[in-house]
Design a protein around this ligand. Structure first.
Ligand code: NAD
Length: 503
C-alpha cells in the first residue's frame, strides 16, 4: 500500500525521523471508502528537519538572480501541463470531485505560475533621483527567509500553488503542509518542482496534522505563514503565529449569498446557481450556498426552475466525466452535512429537494449525498449562520434588495457574493456597498484571476494582504528603503542639527 511521506531537502522520505514510531493515517477513496494508501503524519522532529533544510538553502537561493529562479517556474508550468491527467486523477481519488472540475482547479494553479513568471518585473522596486542634494533613494523588496504554507483538503492543487511558487520566486525558501485528507497531489507537484530545477531545501513538503502545524507556527526560524482552511483554525493560526512575531495571512470559511432580482434573466441565473451551489459537491469556499430571492414571484419561479434542474443532475464517481457531482470527501463530513440538514428541518426550513436517500449503483459505500434545496430559510437559522460545505442550497425570501444586502452585511463571513440583475444602477450600488471581499455581477463564482488577488472580508480572512496576484508579492517580501549620498569630492559638509528636509 502506498505511503505518502514528506519531501525534505530534495528527497522523498516515507519514514519519520523522530524516536517514536511514525504515525500513519489511512487515506480513503470517497467514492468507495476503500483504503487506498496511508499518509505519514510528521513529528515535531521531522518538521524541524525540514525547517533546517529550508534555512540552509536560503542564503544561496536569495542571491540567485530572479530571472534564474523564474526560469524554473517556466519549466514547472510545462511539466504541470504534461502531467495534468495524472494530477487530476490524484485529486479525484482522494477528494472525490469530478475530473473536469479537478482540471479547472489545476488550470487556475497554472495561471498563478504564469503570473509568478513576471516576478522580475514585480520586484523591480522604486527609484528616485535627487531626493536631496546629491542624494538618491530607492525601495527594494527583499525576501523574508523561511516561509510556511498550510492548506485545506478542497483544492489540493490550486491552493498550494497560490503560495509557494510566488514565495520562492521572491527568494524565500518554503515548507508546505498540505491537508492530510488529500496529500498526494501537492507532494507530486512538489516533485515536479524538483524535476524543473528547484534546488534541494528550497521547497519542502511535510505531511501531518496539528503537531506539524504547531511546530511551524512556533519555530522562531519561520518568518511568515499562509493558511487556508476553516475559520476557527484560521483564527488560531493567525493569533498563534502573530503572537510569535510572524507575518500571517489566514483565509477562513464562508457563506456566499447570491441575490436574485425580479428583473434577472432567471434561466441564466438558475444555470449559474446550479454550478456554483452543487459543483464540487458544494465543497468550495466560494460556493454559493444561499440564494436570496427579491419578491415572492421571483422566489417561486426560482425554486421551481432549480427543482427541475436538480432532477437532471448526475451524481456519481468523479472518475467519470459524465457526472456533474461526486461524493463528499469523507464519511465524517457526510455525517456532519446530513446532521445540518436534519437541524434545518427541525428549525422550520422547508426541504423541497431531499438528496439524502441517493444511492449510486456500484458505489453503495461511497460518501454520496444528492443535491438538497431548502426554501424559506431565515437569517436566524443555524443552516444560515454556519458553513455547511456540502450540496445544500438555501433559498431566502425578502421584499427588497436592501433587505437582502443587510442579511449579507450582517453575516460573520464576507468571502464572495453575487447579484443577478439587468439593472446597472442596482449593480453599481450593490458592488459599492456590500461588505464582502469578492463580488460578482451575474458571475456566480467571482474568484479573481491570477493577476488580481483573492481574499474575503470579516471572518473569512485574518490578516491584511490577499492571496496570489500583486498582494502576494507584498506578502512574501519586506520593503527596504535605501538613501545614499555621493557628494562631489572635496565638498565639505557642515554639521546639521535640524531634521533633514528640503526646506
Ligand atoms: P481545516 O481548517 O480543517 O484544515 C485546514 C488545514 O489546517 C489542514 O492542513 C489541517 O491539517 C490543519 N488543521 C486542522 N485542524 C488543525 C488544528 N486544530 N490545529 C492546527 N492545524 C489544523 O479545513 P478543511 O476542512 O481542510 O478545508 C475546508 C475549509 O477551508 C472550509 O471552511 C473552506 O471554506 C475553507 N477554505 C477557505 C478558502 C479561502 O480562500 N477562504 C479556500 C479553500 C477552503
Amino acid at each position: 500500500m502506498k505511503v505518502i511521506g514528506h519531501l525534505i531537502n530534495g528527497k522523498l522520505t516515507h519514514s519519520d525521523t523522530s524516536p517514536q514510531q511514525s504515525r500513519l493515517q489511512d487515506l480513503t477513496n470517497p467514492s468507495t471508502n476503500e483504503v487506498i494508501g496511508r499518509v505519514a503524519l510528521a513529528s515535531k522532529a521531522t518538521v524541524e528537519e525540514a525547517i533546517a533544510a529550508a534555512e540552509a538553502a536560503y542564503p544561496t537561493w536569495r542571491n540567485l538572480p530572479t530571472a534564474k529562479r523564474v526560469r524554473i517556474m517556466y519549466r514547472l508550468r510545462d511539466l504541470l501541463e504534461e502531467n495534468a491527467d495524472k494530477i487530476c486523477e490524484l485529486i479525484t481519488q482522494e477528494h472525490g470531485k469530478v475530473l473536469n472540475d479537478a482540471m479547472g482547479e489545476l488550470q487556475r494553479g497554472i495561471e498563478n505560475i504564469e503570473y509568478v513568471c513576471s516576478a522580475p518585473e514585480m520586484l523591480k522596486g522604486e527609484h528616485s533621483k535627487n531626493v536631496g542634494p546629491a542624494i538618491d533613494s530607492w525601495s527594494e523588496f527583499q525576501p523574508l527567509g523561511v516561509c510556511a504554507g498550510i492548506t485545506p483538503f478542497n483544492f489540493p492543487a490550486m491552493v498550494p500553488l497560490w503560495m509557494w511558487p510566488m514565495a520562492i520566486a521572491c527568494g524565500n525558501t518554503f515548507i508546505l503542509k498540505p491537508s492530510e485528507r488529500t496529500p498526494s497531489c501537492a507532494l507530486f507537484i512538489a516533485e515536479l518542482g524538483i524535476e524543473a530545477g528547484i534546488p534541494a531545501g528550497v521547497l519542502n513538503v511535510v505531511n501531518g496534522d496539528k503537531e506539524a502545524v504547531d511546530t511551524l507556527l512556533t519555530d522562531r526560524r519561520i518568518q511568515a505563514a499562509s493558511f487556508v482552511g476553516s475559520t476557527p483554525i484560521a483564527e488560531y493560526v493567525y493569533t498563534t503565529g502573530t503572537a510569535r512575531g510572524k507575518r500571517v495571512q489566514a483565509f477562513g470559511g464562508a457563506k456566499n449569498h447570491a441575490i436574485v432580482m425580479p428583473d434577472a434573466d432567471l434561466d441564466n441565473a438558475v444555470a449559474a446557481l446550479m454550478g456554483a451551489a452543487y459543483g464540487s459537491c458544494g465543497e468550495r469556499c466560494m460556493a454559493i450556498s444561499v440564494a436570496v430571492a427579491v419578491g415572492d414571484d421571483t422566489a417561486n419561479t426560482l425554486v421551481a426552475k432549480l427543482q427541475a434542474q436538480i432532477a437532471q443532475l448526475k451524481v456519481g464517481d468523479g472518475m467519470d466525466n459524465q457526472n456533474d457531482m461526486g461524493p463528499l470527501v469523507t464519511k465524517a463530513h457526510l455525517n456532519k452535512v446530513q446532521g445540518l440538514i436534519t437541524a434545518g428541518i427541525e428549525e422550520g426550513a422547508e426541504l423541497v429537494v431531499d438528496g439524502r436517500n441517493l444511492k449510486v449503483p456500484g458505489y453503495e459505500n461511497g460518501n454520496y449525498l444528492g443535491a438538497c434545496l431548502f426554501d424559506r430559510v431565515t437569517a436566524e437559522m443555524h443552516i444560515h449562520s454556519c458553513e455547511i460545505f456540502g450540496p445544500v442550497l438555501c433559498v431566502m425570501r425578502v421584499d427588497t434588495m436592501q433587505e437582502a444586502m443587510d442579511i449579507i452585511n450582517n453575516h460573520e463571513y464576507g468571502n464572495g457574493t453575487c447579484l443577478f440583475t439587468r439593472d446597472g444602477e442596482a449593480a453599481r450600488y450593490f458592488s459599492d456597498n456590500i461588505k464582502v471581499g469578492m463580488v460578482g455581477i451575474n458571475v456566480p463564482l467571482p474568484v479573481p484571476v491570477a493577476h488580481h488577488s483573492f481574499g474575503g472580508w470579516k471572518r473569512s480572512l485574518f490578516g491584511d494582504l490577499h492571496a496570489y496576484g500583486p498582494d502576494s508579492v507584498r506578502f512574501y517580501t519586506k520593503r527596504k528603503t535605501i538613501t545614499q549620498r555621493w557628494p562631489a569630492s572635496g565638498v565639505r559638509e557642515g554639521i546639521q542639527f535640524s531634521f533633514p528636509s528640503n526646506s
